[in-house]
Design a binder for this molecule. Structure first.
Ligand code: AN7
Length: 363
């Protein structure tokens, strides 16, 4: 049999802590495609790739951190885990906890998570509670629950999550031969930007990577993008009532705020905001022109790069990797709406070839 990708814990064993490797709980996460995006290169004057994290087992990047967090919990003999979630963390936690034979409790903001994610958490047997409050309130409650009761917290404030998620940076460097000039990603609770920065630094022989031969000669500049209605890091203060159609990043008080600022400042990067309109326009470019279907939050990075390109702020010829974080099937309704907000209606035809050819304009 040809070599099959074994999941990030086995593939990057030498770069991950020993305690996540004793009882490995994996669904084969990682090894996701790094896809050249010539359409985005043309529009920006840069050389653009997208790292398609929707290709993970539950359809988002969260699986990288969940294999490590659940493996560590399993190694300690944990029986139950809890997370707060805008959707993807709950889908991933539910799948990995089920795999490990653990109970998984998830706290989600009432009515504000995409249907695909809700159905995943339920399908995988999570004890799902819709909380009367937003994500930030859910996270406060999840933390308190984990402090007072025998359940482990698997949000990205759990350092094992960051360890797993940093492997996306390793894969990018392994694929390109060195770090890109600029790495771009959406920012919500800010765990992923923290993890990418850690991974890029370690692969460049910095921090914990000093014990290993350096794989990259440099670290990239980090660009993060928040949704305009949920952009606390851009504003400089928490947003009490965050609002955006990109429900995955509808977060007003990110847990890893300071780490995100460190990634931005140490890398010489930026964290800026994109509007819902810019997010939906980028979503359409990705699906209709690049061939990659993502959920709205995942388009925030592309929206940001396109906005900066229009403003003449993208360095020409730079190699840019944009992480698109979650699959379009999580939240598919956005594809069925035209830019002016009306519903897309499929064309109906009778089952004869002449009508079909005529409807296709082939006659
Ligand atoms: C598709 O699932 O916070 O900045 O609870 O689902 O690491 O939070 C999801 C976040 C980007 C932001 N893209 O990442 C959750 C949750 C997608 C996401 C983010 C999320 P972070």
């Amino acid at each position: 049999m040809a070599h099959q990708w074994r999941g990030i814990v086995a593939e990057y064993a030498d770069r991950l802590p020993a305690h996540v490797q004793e009882t490995v709980v994996t669904l084969g996460e990682g090894g996701t495609p790094l896809v050249p995006a010539p359409v985005l290169s043309d529009r920006t004057g840069a050389e653009v790739f997208v790292k398609v994290e929707g290709m993970n087992p539950t359809g988002s990047f969260k699986d990288r951190g969940m294999t490590t967090a659940i493996s560590a919990a399993a190694g300690r003999g944990a029986k139950a885990v809890v997370c707060a979630s805008t959707g993807n963390t709950s889908a991933s936690a539910a799948a990995y906890a089920t795999r490990a034979g653990m109970i998984c409790a998830v706290l989600v903001p009432d009515g504000k998570i995409a249907m695909g994610k809700l159905s995943q958490a339920i399908a995988h047997g999570a004890r799902l509670l819709q909380v009367d409050g937003n994500f930030d309130a859910c996270l406060v409650a999840a933390r308190k629950l984990a402090e007072a009761y025998p359940v482990e917290l698997v949000n990205s404030v759990n350092p094992d999550r960051i360890e797993g998620q940093k492997t996306a940076s390793f894969e990018i460097v392994d694929a390109l031969g060195d770090a890109p000039d600029i790495h771009v990603l959406p920012v919500g609770n800010a765990g992923n930007i923290t993890a990418y920065w850690k991974g890029f630094r370690e692969y460049a022989g910095l921090d914990a990577g000093a014990a290993h031969p350096a794989v990259a000669t440099r670290t990239p500049v980090i660009w993060g993008f928040q949704a305009a209605g949920a952009a606390p890091i851009v504003a400089g203060y928490p947003i009490d009532e965050p609002e955006t159609i990109a429900t995955a990043i509808r977060i007003g008080n990110p847990a890893s705020w300071a780490q995100a600022e460190d990634a931005r400042d140490t890398s010489g990067g930026l964290i800026e905001a994109v509007t819902d309109e810019q997010i939906l326009a980028a979503h359409r470019v990705l699906s209709a022109e690049v061939g990659v279907f993502v959920e709205p939050a995942s388009a925030a990075g592309v929206a940001g790069v396109l906005a900066l390109a229009e403003a003449g702020r993208v360095p020409q010829g730079a190699r840019i990797v944009i992480t698109v974080t979650g699959h379009g099937l999580k939240d598919p309704q956005w594809a069925l709406r035209t830019p002016d907000g009306s519903d897309v209606q499929p064309v109906r035809v009778s089952a004869d070839v002449v009508s079909i050819a005529s409807a296709l304009g082939l006659d």
